[in-house]
Design a protein around this ligand. Structure first.
Ligand code: FNR
Length: 185
């Protein structure tokens, strides 16, 4: 049976490399894992004062979409050696109201993406810290650091042109499917 996985992309950029990698993974994962891209770009900055019985509509939409998924795949770039603020904000929005976190106990995996050679290592590992607190069992191995990404994608449509990367991502997704099976509640 197929498992619904939230695909969260840390970049809001239209031509995002991270989004391109995430969408390639969505195609590679099917039908075993059904990856659903859940947008984070319209989420107002988290402010507890707004988290009333009628919170911002985008927060409710995001929480409801996350609630229908059983696992989460994060594909993110690195901003200043950490995660982009938009991604941290999405983690915060999903974590509240207190006791109603939509992240709780969902298995997770992280792919970091960069045009640079360090492959967003800093973002990959910074993201692991809040996931501990959010009680998301996060796959340790294999790790996925996609560096020098511009050379891996076709300029016209952002699809993968590197067969080795495709094989690697497929193996990563297979491992994630196994991880979800052993850790989901
Ligand atoms: C960056 N970039 C970047 N890259 C990196 O490898 N490490 C870093 O610390 C940073 N810092 C950083 C800060 C800010 C504010 C921006 C806008 C960019 C470059 C970044 O990797 C590049 O813009 C990617 O293309 C962003 O990913 P997407 O949008 O293509 O997915």
């Amino acid at each position: 049976m197929s498992v619904r996985v939230a695909l969260i992309v840390g970049s809001l950029r239209e031509g995002s490399y991270s989004r391109a990698i995430g969408l390639e993974m969505k195609a590679l994962a099917a039908p075993e894992l059904e990856l659903d891209l859940i947008e984070i770009g319209d989420l107002p900055l988290y402010n507890p004062d707004l988290d009333t019985e009628t919170p911002p509509a985008a927060w409710s939409r995001f929480r409801e979409e996350l609630a229908t998924t059983q696992a989460v795949l994060f594909v993110t770039p690195e901003y200043n050696r950490s995660v982009p603020g938009a991604l941290k904000n999405a983690l915060d929005v999903g974590s509240r109201p207190y006791g109603q976190s939509v992240w709780a106990a969902k298995p997770a995996a992280i792919v970091s993406v960069s045009p640079g050679a360090l492959a967003a290592f800093g973002a990959n590992h910074h993201l692991r810290q809040p996931l501990v607190f959010l009680n998301m069992p996060t796959m340790q191995q294999p790790e996925a650091y996609i560096g020098n990404v511009a050379g891996l994608l076709n300029e016209e449509d952002g699809t993968l042109k590197n067969e080795g990367t495709r094989e690697f991502l497929k193996g990563f997704l297979d491992a994630f499917a196994g991880w979800i099976e052993t850790t989901k509640g």
